[in-house]
Design a protein around this ligand. Sequence first.
Ligand SMILES: Cc1cc2nc3c(=O)[nH]c(=O)nc-3n(C[C@H](O)[C@H](O)[C@H](O)COP(=O)(O)O)c2cc1C
Length: 330
Amino acid sequence: MSSLTQSNGIQSLRRAAVRGSLAASVHNTQPWTFVVGTHALEIHADPKRRLSILDPAGRQMIISCGCALFNVRVSLAANGYRSAVERFPDPGRPDVLARLTIVHDPSAAASDLAALNPLIDLRRTNRRRFAEDAVPEDLVSELVSVAGIEGAQLVPVTRAEDRVVVSVLSQRADAQENADPAYRAELRAWTTDDARRGDGVPALAVPHGGVGAHDDVPIRDFDTSGTGSLPTETRSSLNQCLLLLGTDADTPAAWLRTGEALERLLLEVTRHGYSASPMTQIIEVPNTRALLRTELRLKMQPQILLRIGRAPATPATRRRRLVEVLVESA
Ligand SMILES: Cc1cc2nc3c(=O)[nH]c(=O)nc-3n(C[C@H](O)[C@H](O)[C@H](O)COP(=O)(O)O)c2cc1C
């Protein structure tokens, strides 16, 4: 490889790390490190950023890293690189989640993946009230097939009885979690009014005070200090478009795939002018997760509940500085 090509490759890998860091992550923990070499990039989980109360097994930490991995793949394609992805390449180092080795291939820039690159900047988790109009079936079918491409399954929750189950179990999970002072303390530590802080969920991106209790399918109440900027009314109702994302297995490898599928879905939703918010409380509480599976007769392992709809814009959340997340390998 010529030194010019090599330096372009490194630049593209660095750029991909920046794009990776814009991905969704649980509580905006950004639990990742990008290790950049001359033709490869690794994504490592950062267990210090795992939520020990909400996420003892690291499921959501790894899903979050999968979201970052998807953005990295998109960015490399947009820059004209094909990437070979090895997931969990080193059995002795379980925190090394993926290694991407790149080959220059200008045709990659015309791929479906590359076309998603501009949407990385526009994607947001939107916790506002969604409009009542139905999400078109064509869009839902497209999302179902996109999840399949990423090795996951997306199941629309359409039957009235199933929606009631999702509602009742979401309310139960919300009540159970909020009754635990340790859960509330962890949430407080990851919500912030500090505009200089590069992580955590900012007050600007959450509804003001006491959301959840009056909604059919409560969204997580992040407003720990009563300074949330969005309107309190979220109207997260039984009638909205509810989708369950899941996988065949419930292993770290499946969690990584879930994250890749989730980020892809979120970018596709953005492309169509819709908004989404992941809702994971029902998955975090072991007994609501188990009941969700049996009551909805799911063959898959549910990983994420998503609501989709049209909503006014919501502000971007902050990210850690590049020096904190990017390591250049020797
Ligand atoms: C695995 C995972 C779980 C999440 N769970 C929730 C949730 O239960 N409620 C919620 O409002 N947002 C949830 N989110 C969204 C994150 O809070 C959001 O991605 C993060 O704050 C960064 O903001 P952004 O998505 O607007 O960039 C989740 C995201 C991920 C990746």
